[in-house]
Ligand binder design. Structure first.
Ligand code: SF4
Length: 461
């Protein structure tokens, strides 16, 4: 710590009585990363909760592509008007366990120096670090190492997806003082109490703290918590064991608040089951948005359920400004549904697409996620599903199966994988294709991805 930092710290302590919490959204380590509305939505809700309790709250968003030091080192990054795009990228050495993947590996995010400087200037009483994909944990470790270097006495709490799904690994490897797992911030009050910091007495809010750095050119929002389905490959239940429906009218008010305060027009839903409980959820939400007359855009990176889509919802979605609709189609094969989680019957898909076209959606607004590489799944099944999408003029995106701890398929995946997925979360990376086998090879996967691109999306997609 230099003398300026020391002076600032003393000054800060003398003139503020509020406890200070710093929220950190870590950088990402991966073979590829495209910012498809990746936002610190959960951290900002915790931020609102702490702010309502009297904390001063700051956010350090390591995926901030506007950071001036980042622009100076890496140059400007390409962004799209819809709020998606690239972030700063630095090619780095691949971890040995990922050597077999023939792609470049990179660190995505603001420069390390910026991270250290911001942590050092924050003079926090507590630092809360979020986490995303399990195999992004090197980013989590990087920021916690930075905290321990520049603010060694400040307690660090780690939460989020990696902390919940790989709790033991996080406790051993991440370097945090506390690891909380699970939904929201159930474990946080006990930690605050132990640290003799103010403990929130109010309930956990549905609103986010409106810090510009957490939003930039788009917002992530959530209507419901969790999912009523239990697909065996999905982490939804582990992350949120009980489905909790939200209120569409209240979420619309939250959208207006974000729009009026930060001027944001792009909103991405983080829901797992957005169209479920539509009468109190998505329908009143869309009606209120339409009634407002605001020109807003809504996106669905997590995918929507075909089975809950009705003509009324399709019509309201079109009117309210919904774009780039993506559906979890997964597979045309009915056996797939029986084995991995019954969500719909295959004939529902053409009906849903018809309803959307009747409502006015065009081909480039319609897309489906297809699963590939699940235990026992054959490439022919994936190809048939791609061809079904092509016949319906729906863009197809292949999601290669990536094994996730605490899901029903986990143990089977551990036994089938040729990689040490139980010991090393880096092996959950979908680029490694952990369940590759002689009957579903990496080359099969590449061919299917090319096929999906050629038949349904064109070269510019
Ligand atoms: S329907 Fe989607 S979110 Fe729900 S459990 Fe299945 S895959 Fe997960």
């Amino acid at each position: 710590m230099n003398s300026l930092d020391l002076f600032y710290g003393v000054f800060y302590r003398c003139f503020t009585v509020k406890p200070m919490a710093l929220l950190v959204f870590p950088p990402v380590y991966d073979f590829a990363f495209y910012d498809m509305f990746v936002k610190p939505c959960g951290l900002l809700r915790i931020g609102q909760w702490l702010s309502d309790t009297g904390y001063e709250v700051e956010l350090l968003n390591c995926l901030d592509y506007t950071d001036s030091a980042g622009v100076e080192i890496y140059g400007e990054v390409q962004r799209k008007p819809n709020g998606t795009g690239k972030v700063f990228r630095q090619i780095i050495e691949k971890p040995p366990v990922l050597k077999s993947v023939k792609r470049k590996y990179a660190r995505y995010g603001i420069p390390r120096k910026t991270i250290e400087k911001r942590i050092s200037h924050a003079h926090s009483d507590i630092i809360l670090v979020g986490s995303g994909m399990t195999y992004w944990y090197p980013g989590v470790r990087e920021v916690i190492t930075a905290v321990k270097k520049v603010q060694p006495k400040t307690p660090v709490v780690l939460g989020g997806v990696y902390a919940t799904l790989c709790t033991d690994h996080a406790e051993e490897q991440a370097g945090a003082d506390f690891v909380v797992n699970g939904d929201g911030c159930a474990g946080l009050p006990a930690i605050l109490q132990k640290l003799q910091l103010p403990v929130p007495k109010i309930s956990y809010p549905g609103t986010q703290l409106l810090l510009k750095e957490g939003f930039l050119d788009a917002a992530a929002i959530r209507l419901h918590e969790g999912c009523p389905h239990r697909c065996s490959y999905c982490a939804s239940e582990a992350l949120c064991p009980k489905f909790r429906p939200g209120d569409g009218g209240e979420l619309a008010d939250e959208v207006f608040r974000i729009h009026n305060t930060l001027g944001i027009v792009n909103f991405a839903f983080y829901d797992d089951a957005l169209l479920f409980k539509a009468e109190t959820g998505i329908i009143p939400f869309l009606e209120k948005i339409i009634e407002s007359g605001l020109k807003l855009n809504f996106f669905f990176p997590n995918g929507l359920h075909i089975s809950f889509l009705t003509e009324e919802i399709a019509r309201l979605m079109k009117k309210a400004g919904c774009k780039d609709l993506r559906f979890g189609f997964e597979s045309i094969n009915s056996e797939f549904q029986n084995e991995f989680g019954f969500k719909y019957s295959a004939d529902m898909f053409p009906h849903a697409i018809d309803a959307l076209r009747t409502a006015g959606f065009q081909d480039n607004d319609l897309a489906a996620y297809i699963m590939a590489g699940l235990p026992g799944q054959m490439p022919e099944e994936v190809e048939e599903t791609i061809r079904t999408c092509a016949d319906l003029k729906v863009r197809a995106f292949i999601n290669e199966y990536s094994p996730i701890p605490k899901t029903a398929l986990w143990e089977k995946s551990v036994s089938l994988s040729r990689f040490p997925i139980a010991e090393e979360p880096l092996c959950h990376n979908n680029s490694l294709f952990a369940l590759q086998s002689d009957s579903f090879t990496v080359e099969d996967l590449r061919r299917l991805k090319r096929l999906a691109l050629e038949l349904t999306r064109g070269q510019n997609d």
